[in-house]
Design a protein around this ligand. Structure first.
Ligand code: PGA
Length: 235
């Protein structure tokens, strides 16, 4: 059973940050998987504000990127590493956390995926993930299962459109994602879901059958799945 936490939209980021701050203070959140996208943006703004105000510190953490496009130049605005740096890592006070991007610029995609999987295999305390309207988790697109490894994937039109929406210089066709099997090995999974446009897929993920049609449905297998939903998504 997922631990479903429903917050008002205005309180959502603060509530997630409160819980993260408690884990950090207890030193049980040293290695975090982090997503990019619209959903976590207010959470990252909240973390940055708290870190610069001294009430939360990520200095001793390792931040592991959830997924990345293949074929975009370094610094491309749609690159997931560029987004996470711009919204979080580069805005934190020093000393900054160790940021583990996916090494797509120096390695072939397959080798970069294997290297990143090895990084994550060293241990994940909390995997924070978003939820796609098609039920994807990272780039574990429909068709993915609980056994899906970290790998190079062909992107769906939705994920390509997201890259274009973030101003990609080019049209990526592939990505690399931590696999559901790797994410399910985290000590905890936090599923971040906000907005009315996510209500239907959230209900399917939590109440429908476990199915590759909705890869997020497999997250329910995890004994410590916390769903952080705002009131619009939880309807
Ligand atoms: P979003 O994306 O946070 O931009 O809605 C979530 C996802 O597609 O995984």
């Amino acid at each position: 059973m997922a631990d479903l936490r429903v917050l008002s939209t205005s309180e959502w980021a603060g509530a997630v940050a409160d819980e993260l701050a408690a884990r950090l203070a207890a030193r049980v959140a040293g290695r975090l998987v982090l997503p990019t996208g619209d959903t976590p943006a207010p959470l990252y703004a909240e973390i940055v504000a708290r870190a610069n105000g001294g009430s939360l510190s990520l200095a001793e953490t390792e931040l592991i990127l959830l997924d990345e496009y293949v074929g975009l130049e370094p610094g491309d605005p749609a690159r997931c590493d560029a987004q996470l740096r711009a919204e979080l890592v580069d805005r934190l006070p020093t000393p900054r956390p160790r940021f583990r991007a996916i090494p797509v610029d120096t390695l072939t995609p397959e080798v970069a995926a294997a290297a990143h999987d090895a990084t994550a295999a060293a241990g994940i305390d909390i995997a924070l993930v978003g939820l796609g309207r098609n039920g994807h988790v990272g780039f574990n697109e429909p068709g993915s299962t609980a056994d899906s490894p970290t790998r190079v994937v062909e992107l769906t039109d939705e994920s390509i459109a997201a890259a274009v929406g973030y101003g990609a210089h080019g049209r990526p066709t592939h990505g690399i994602t931590l696999g559901l099997s790797r994410l399910l090995q985290a000590s905890e999974i936090w599923l971040l879901v906000t907005g009315a446009h996510k209500a239907e897929v959230l209900r399917t993920a939590l109440e429908g059958p476990e199915t590759p049609v909705c890869p997020a449905s497999y997250l329910r297998r995890h004994p410590r799945l916390v769903v952080w939903a705002d009131e619009l998504a939880a309807l």
